[in-house]
Design a binder for this molecule. Structure first.
Ligand SMILES: [Ca+2]
Ligand SMILES: [Ca+2]
Ligand SMILES: [Ca+2]
Length: 275
């Protein structure tokens, strides 16, 4: 009995922690029918199938963002980009987009992020002939896009370099990208340069850990784009900056208990009754 209760107690502590990390970042969008899309690695065998980022690339074959995240194709053992694979490999994690109806798997033309913390950003991949020219950042005032842009990585930054997104309390923010040809892209694609307006050049993938990946396509869809979304890829990890104060332990002598929530306290009291 005690053993079972200990397991319940352990799960009670783990669950709020998991929920807390998952809720550090939310996605803001007013587009109908959007949500997280789950995908099977088999779609990668058929370019154009299901996901808007699943296309034939002009880099080494089988290297779009789906192959990168799953460490397969050109990112698998013996592949042309094996040494650029992510470690650990996040796998076929869900992407943000239309998730119901006839357009399931299509891009959401407008989305923002809302984070409860500041975040670590790591530049992970640049598979693009424009890699020494492109730049990337975020905009923190969606009503004043022109004056609220913060560049995180400029043209000569390379994979492995890091940056930080400052804590933006209760603020929607988006990402922007400036390509070699001067075209500018935003996660709200209505702000894009004239000739590429409303094209979604970002793909957002989420890990259960709370980290997320932003993958960018750097070429306008009417200007020879291959829509492989591997041209510029970052991993973003929210950092918990406000630790809740520790809850006083009601009685001494039962060991050190890290009770962080009401459910933990209730579980503890129920456990005590069995002693
Ligand atoms: Ca670069
Ligand atoms: Ca591309
Ligand atoms: Ca590419």
């Amino acid at each position: 009995m005690i053993k079972t209760l200990k397991i319940i107690l352990a799960l009670t502590f783990l669950l709020p922690a998991a929920l807390a990390s998952a809720s550090l970042v939310t996605i803001d969008s007013t587009t109908p029918n959007v949500g997280w899309n789950y995908w099977d690695t088999s779609i990668l065998n058929t370019p154009g199938k299901f996901a808007y980022w699943n296309n034939r690339t002009s880099d080494a074959s089988r290297s779009n963002i789906g192959f990168y995240l799953t460490g397969t194709g050109a990112f698998g053992p013996g592949g042309a980009y094996y040494d650029q694979r992510p470690i650990p490999t996040p796998g076929n994690i869900p992407f943000w987009g239309i998730d119901t109806g006839t357009n399931t798997g299509a891009a959401d033309p407008r989305f923002y992020v809302n984070s409860q913390t500041k975040s670590d950003v790591v530049l992970k991949l640049e598979l693009a002939s424009w890699r020494n020219y492109n730049s990337f950042g975020y905009y923190f005032d969606v009503s004043d896009v022109a004056h609220s842009q913060v560049t995180l990585f400029d043209a000569l930054d390379n994979p492995g370099e890091t940056a930080v997104i400052n804590y933006l309390p209760n603020t929607e923010f988006g990402f922007f990208f400036v390509a070699k040809d001067g075209k500018k892209y935003f996660t709200n694609s209505g702000f894009n340069s004239n000739t590429v307006r409303s094209e979604q050049h970002f793909a957002l993938f989420a890990e259960t850990s709370g980290s997320y990946w932003v993958a960018v396509e750097d070429t306008g869809f009417r200007y020879g784009s291959d829509r492989d979304y591997n041209d510029f890829v970052v991993k973003i990890t929210p950092m918990q900056i406000f630790a809740p104060p520790p809850t006083p332990v009601p009685e001494a002598g039962v060991g050190v208990l890290f009770l962080t929530g009401l459910s933990g306290i209730i579980a503890y009291r129920r456990w005590k009754r069995f002693l």
